[in-house]
Design a protein around this ligand. Sequence first.
Ligand code: T5A
Length: 209
Amino acid sequence: MQTSGKFIVIEGLEGAGKSSAVAILTQAIQAAGHTVVNTREPGGTAMAEAIRDVVKHDWKDEKVTVEAELLLMYASRAQLVQNVILPNLAKGYWVLGDRHDMSSQAYQGGGRQIDQHMIESLRAITLRDFKPDFTLYMDVEPKEGLKRAKGRGELDRIEQEELSFFERTRERYLQLAQQDPNCEVINTMQSMQAVHNDVEICIKQFLEN
Ligand code: T5A
């Protein structure tokens, strides 16, 4: 599909401060005269939101397996990309995604240690060559991120994983960010004001180019 809008994605571990970054970016992009459509993954369509409930909280008494988790992330992404992201980009709107494919590569590939080739196959089926125009990876040390997430309330199924799971996830995130020329890393182990300033600088540079 031909697209004329831009697809911007925020990535990072729990408690990295993605929600605040989304608010800053939304405001900056709107101020530049663009219409912004906000999405989140998993989720963002009626069916994808039902999938989000399952992956975040299990299904009744039935545990989500590692394989089902991976497939559900891509099922949710397929619904969102085809039904929301591509049609809005085609209208010239800017889509701001709270998580996208890098999350699967980091959490399922890094955290769950699922073979990268298997993930690549699902990615090829779901996305073909569709990619974000720009990704902001909010980097946080897992211990600190989880502390922040705990401060916000009860932890969900994935947030209850061991620290080593998040350490592997972060390591993969950092590798992916380094390999992606359209990805900027924000250090969130600093004050919220300092993070705010860094996010503003990044989006300003992207908007100017
Ligand atoms: N997932 C998702 C996969 O495994 N594979 C996939 O393919 C996809 C798409 C989704 C879950 O699914 C997994 C990843 C996730 O486990 P989610 O709710 O979308 O879950 O994501 P979370 O990361 O859980 O969302 P959070 O709300 O925890 O993270 P945020 O948005 O990064 O954190 P935020 O902004 O709410 O901040 C949390 C708290 O920290 C404070 C904030 O005020 C807030 O209270 N904070 C700071 N405090 C001090 N200093 C700073 N610099 C701070 N920045 C934020």
